[in-house]
Ligand binder design. Structure first.
Ligand code: DX5
Ligand code: ZN
Length: 223
């Protein structure tokens, strides 16, 4: 039996004038996690927010915070993010030195560790650590901004990682992030993904509950 489908709204597309209201609204609408995109203006050109905002969001909701670190030298900042209230910390392997040590540090803080790479980076950077992590994130756009178009070639990657997870008898989450709507969600689920991050698809519409349900039922509606 596969892992349950989880929906993770990305607050990158939320209205930050009222972030408390926004995260509580998606929680009430059935979201399973809140996805927080940390960008440093260096690893990616945009700049978003850091641990202070994560700490504030943590106080507003009871569902887990899924923190996606798009920052240079993430290994130097892990402790700070663990302490800020992240429940899952996702690290870009192409930017991280001494990955096994970093994964161990995350786990020592009592939270879950996730690993990812950009679409043009080899999965070989991820495979050695599959047995150590709680989650793999497949980027379905290049890390950096909301509202990009889903890259269909990433479906093969999802399948490859999903097969590898099964071959090793692991039970870890397989998350997708970027350009997710009800149609791309259905394709991702079909190829083995179980956690769907969505920013614009949820926050750019008025009824969050409807959008979340469309994602959760994507296989039924569009397979
Ligand atoms: C992209 C971020 C995503 C982004 C997704 O760099 O990692 O989490 O918020 O936005 P949408 O769902 O609009 O593609
Ligand atoms: Zn993200």
């Amino acid at each position: 039996m596969g892992l349950p489908i989880q929906i993770a709204p990305s607050i990158l597309s939320a209205d930050f004038r009222c972030i408390e209201k926004e995260v509580q609204a998606v929680q009430n609408a059935g979201a399973d996690r809140i996805h927080c995109d940390v960008m440093d203006g260096n690893f990616v050109p945009d700049l978003t927010f850091g641990p202070m905002v994560i700490e504030a969001v943590k106080k507003c909701v009871s569902i887990p915070l899924d923190v996606h670190l798009m920052i240079s030298e993430p290994h130097k900042h892990v402790k700070q993010y663990c302490e800020s209230g992240a429940d899952i910390l996702v690290i870009h392997a192409e930017e991280c030195k001494n990955m096994p040590h970093v994964i161990e540090n995350i786990k020592k803080c009592g939270i879950k560790a996730g690993i990812t790479v950009n679409p043009d980076v080899s999965l070989q950077l991820i495979f050695p650590y599959l047995d150590m992590v709680d989650q793999v994130l497949i980027m379905t756009v290049y890390a950096g901004s909301a509202g990009q178009k889903f890259i269909p070639q990433m479906l093969d990657r999802i399948k490859t990682v999903s097969d590898e997870i099964k071959n090793r008898n692991l039970r870890i989450d397989l998350e997708v992030d970027g350009g997710i709507n009800n149609q791309t969600a259905a394709q991702c689920i079909k190829n083995g993904a179980n956690v769907l991050v969505a920013g614009s698809y949820i926050f750019n519409e008025s009824n969050y509950k409807v959008q979340i349900e469309k994602l959760r039922n994507a296989t039924v509606d569009h397979d």
